[in-house]
Design a protein around this ligand. Sequence first.
Ligand SMILES: Nc1ncnc2c1ncn2[C@@H]1O[C@H](COP(=O)(O)OP(=O)(O)OP(=O)(O)O)[C@@H](O)[C@H]1O
Length: 478
Amino acid sequence: MSVQIRNLCKTFGSKKVLNNLNITLEDGGIYCLMGPSGMGKTTLLRIIMNLETKDSGEITGIDPDVEISSMFQEDRILPMLSAIANVNMMYEKKRPVKEIKEDLSQILPKKCLRQPVCELSGGMKRRVSLARCMHYQGKMIILDEPFTGLDMATKQEVISYILKNRRNRILLVATHGIEDAALLGAKVIHLEDCQELMDEMKAAIPSAQEMEEKIKREQNDLISSAPKQMLMGAGEMSARTYMMQHMAETNLKLLDGIPESEWERMGSILDGRIQEFERGKLIWNIGDTCTEFAVVLNGMVAAYTESLKQVESLVAKFGPGRCFGEMLPLSNAGSPVKVIAAEDSRILFLSREKLMEKPKTMQEAEMKAKIAWNMVFEISDKLEKVSVKLDTTSENTVREKIVKYLNSLPTEKDGTKTMFSMQKETAQYLRVSPEALSKELNDMERKGLIRKEENKVQILQPEFFALRPEAGIRSIHK
Ligand SMILES: Nc1ncnc2c1ncn2[C@@H]1O[C@H](COP(=O)(O)OP(=O)(O)OP(=O)(O)O)[C@@H](O)[C@H]1O
C-alpha cells in the first residue's frame, strides 16, 4: 500500500512552512526529497515520523510509531558504545556479533567496529548511524541528509550498502546533492512543486541567478574533483571520461553572438527540429548515435556518465544557449553518457549533415558562419585541454598510486590523513596486491616519508607528496 500525504499544512508561529502539500510514495519506491534550504524538508520528515504535529491534512498508509526506520541529521548514536553495540541495540534478541561485524565491515573499517563511537570520525559516525537505521525493520526508511561529510568514493560504498539492504522498503532521502538521485536511482520530489507556494515561501527559492551560480559551483566542484579521483589510480574513471569532463567545462556555446529572439528562426532556416522534454525525461541515452547538435532553448539538462561499477554521476548541467551534441560522439566511441531533462526543457536539434552542406541562401550562410566560428573558437580552446591523457594504472608504480591516493585525502587537524579503510580494501581500491601495498608503506616509513599508526598515516615530508599532476598524466601531442 502506498503512503499518501494529502493537503498537509504546517505553520511555525506566523511562518507558513508547508501549504497543502501532496505527495504519494509508492510501495517499494526510492525517492529523493529536494528543495532549497529552509523549504521544510526536515519538517515534513518529522511530521511523517510523528515527531512534529501537523496543522491539518493527513498521512495514510503507514504507522509512524512502528513502521518507519530513520536516520536524522544528527547521528543519535550512543557515544560510549561500539558500532557493533549501537547496531545490536536495534534487536530485542541480540544478533551474533560476528554477523553484525560482517555487515558493518561493508561500510566501515573492521578495526574501528569495537571502539567507542565517540572516537570515530564524523563520516564514520554517520555510517554507524545509517547502519543502525538499516537494521531496524519496517515499511519505510527515512534518511535526512545521510551523505554529509562523505567523500565520493565512500558515498558510493554507502549507497550500494543502502540499496543492498533496503529490501524493497520505501526509501525517502532528503538531500541537497544533485547527483544523489542518480546514484540512488531515485525519483526526485521537489518540495516546491508539491504544494501551493505562498509569497513568503517563495522567498526560500533561489533566484535564477543564484541557481546559475549554484550550478556553476557544483559543476566546478565536480570538474575539479575529477582529476583527483583519477589520480587515485583506481581505474574507475576512464581517460575518455576525464576528457569529457573537461569538455563539460567548456560546453559549446553554439549560438553565441546570435540573440535569443533569433534562435527559433535560426532553427527553421537550418531545418532544425524543436522538441519539448518534461523534467526527468531522457533526451539522449547511452550509446545512441549522434547525428545532431542539441541546443537548449529553455530549461536545463543534465549529462550523466556511468562508471565501470554502473554508478551514474553528473558530469554537467546545461542551460539555455548551451549545446551538448559535442559530448555525444564520445559515447559512440564507448564512453557512456546520457542526457536527462533537469527541468522542463525545449531543445533545438541541428543536423550535423545539414550544417556541413553548402548554404543555399545568404541567411543560411550567415547563420552557418556564426555557428562555424563558435565551433572553431570552442575547439581551439578544447584542444588545449584535451592535450593531456591519463596514464592507465598499469604504468603506475605502487608508490605513485599511494602518493596520489594520499594526496587526494583531506588532511586532518593533527596533520594526519586517514586511509580510505583497512589495508586490504585500500589495496583493492588501488588495484595493487595487499602485500605490495604493505611492503611499500613499510618502505616509505623506513625512509622517513610517512609514519603509520592504525588507519592513519602522517606525512613527514610534505614536499615529497606535493601534488604532481604530471605524474599521472602525459601529453599526447606535445
Ligand atoms: N521548531 C521550529 N520552530 C520554529 N521554526 C521552525 C522550527 N523548525 C523549523 N522551523 C522553520 O521552518 C523552516 C523549514 O525548516 P526545515 O528544517 O524543515 O527546512 P529544510 O528544508 O529541512 O532545511 P535544510 O535543507 O537547511 O535542512 C525554516 O524556516 C525553519 O527555521
